[in-house]
Design a protein around this ligand. Structure first.
Ligand code: ZN
Length: 232
């Protein structure tokens, strides 16, 4: 195993980090194909992924466990908590498929919408209530900013972190020192154009949840680079 950076020292002695040897304990909820925590795993941190979808059984470090059964106390000593609950219940192009009741009434149409809405809310409560110092939940921009009990901490555009698409994303939680919520704007050539509602292959809105989690690699990488601090 390669030598790890002393993150506590390099992060300016950030007292929130409990690592002693540089390896952070990282929990990734609704981890899918593991994109959000992939950089952490590749750089030698201790990653625990939770996703009960059997499609992801072979993703390294994945425990096939329902997030409702996740016991935050067992991981109270973790340094970083990541959460990517499925967000197709809340994306703008699918509002009509999942919601009814007229203008801004937001009545869920079916049990699956209710299930995913509750799951996102539950992840938000884990992020909010856990004692894990760095804790971040993400959702593709959409109704989750309105229909969860807390407003997002901020919004980022994933193109600003290395993605080829814009992907405005809402974030909740507690962030590393120096973390910047980077913005972009429609039409900027740094990201490919993907008209709202298009279902072209490869566009986030046409993707299933796993691809969405793959997209989170870039933000995950940035988050851990913030913790690593400037290169010596
Ligand atoms: Zn952009």
């Amino acid at each position: 195993m390669r030598a790890l950076p002393d993150l506590r020292r390099r992060a300016g002695g950030d007292p929130r980090l409990r690592t002693e040897d540089g390896a952070l304990k990282v929990v990734d909820l609704c981890s899918g194909d593991g994109g959000f925590s992939r950089y952490a795993l590749e750089t030698g941190h201790q990653v625990f992924r939770f996703d009960d979808n059997p499609r992801f059984a072979n993703v390294p470090r994945t425990f096939q466990k329902d997030v409702w059964d996740f016991d935050a106390d067992t991981f109270a000593d973790a340094d970083v908590l990541l959460a990517s609950p499925p967000c197709q219940w809340a994306t703008v192009p699918s509002i009509g498929a999942h919601w009814t009741g007229g203008y801004r009434a937001y009545q869920p149409k079916d049990a699956e919408t209710i299930r995913l809405w509750a799951l996102a809310q539950h992840c938000l409560e884990i992020v909010r209530d856990s004692k894990i110092p760095i804790a971040v939940m993400e959702q593709l921009e959409g109704l989750s900013g309105k229909l969860l009990t807390e407003r997002p901490t901020g919004k980022v555009w994933l193109c600003q972190y290395g993605d080829t698409r814009a992907k405005p994303t809402l974030l909740w939680g507690r962030f590393p020192e120096g973390f910047e919520f980077k913005k972009c704007h429609n039409g900027n050539p740094d990201h490919a154009s993907a008209p709202r509602g298009s279902k072209t292959p490869g566009s986030t809105q046409g993707m299933k949840g796993s691809a969405r989690r793959a997209d989170m690699y870039f933000l995950g990488r940035y988050l851990f680079q913030c913790l690593e601090g400037p290169k010596p």
